[in-house]
Design a protein around this ligand. Sequence first.
Ligand SMILES: [Zn+2]
Length: 215
Amino acid sequence: MRRRIEQDSGVKAYDIYGLSEIIGPGVASECTAQAGLHIFEDHFYPEIIDPQTCQVLPDGQEGELVLTTLSKWAMPMIRYRTRDITNIINEPCPCGRTIRRIKRINRRSDDMFIIRGVNVFPSQIEEALLSVEGTLPHYQIILTREKGLDMMEIQVEVTAQVFSDQIRALENLQAKLNSAVEHTLGIRAKIKLVEPHSIQRSEGKAKRLIDNRKL
Ligand SMILES: [Zn+2]
């Protein structure tokens, strides 16, 4: 998505991180190196924990970001669990800033789901889909249960050009996506190609998963 924004608009796009419980955007931000987001450690104290055991992990290890506000008045947050999965990069940055960086966040500890005994993050599905030419970064995962078996349907938007192509081209793309997803997850999913803009857009964080399984 970033590549598309940069290409189509001609501006360089920077990732900025925040959450409304802390301050909104402005907790961490990329610099011109675009190699992780500097976290403003003079205002926020970051820790990375194992989401299961809550144990604090050393820099470099991946886990859940926990934030403590250092300068906030009236509603300070102490060791607030963000549910965002990242790791702290404690290496010098080419830009010269000495505050540490966090890796770009692309998944949350609470959006993992289990299907047929396999742990799946929507971000894994996203990577598989975007590895195939002609798809857009808009998709939705729908889980259902049929006769006791978990089924996964992935609806993915394709470019207008692809959608106007012949049936054969669409079938081709569908087969490519099927094998990309199966290769990444080790399980099969039903791929449904949909028109551009047919999946509902959300403001802020996208809702990727609809779980209709009755457990
Ligand atoms: Zn930097």
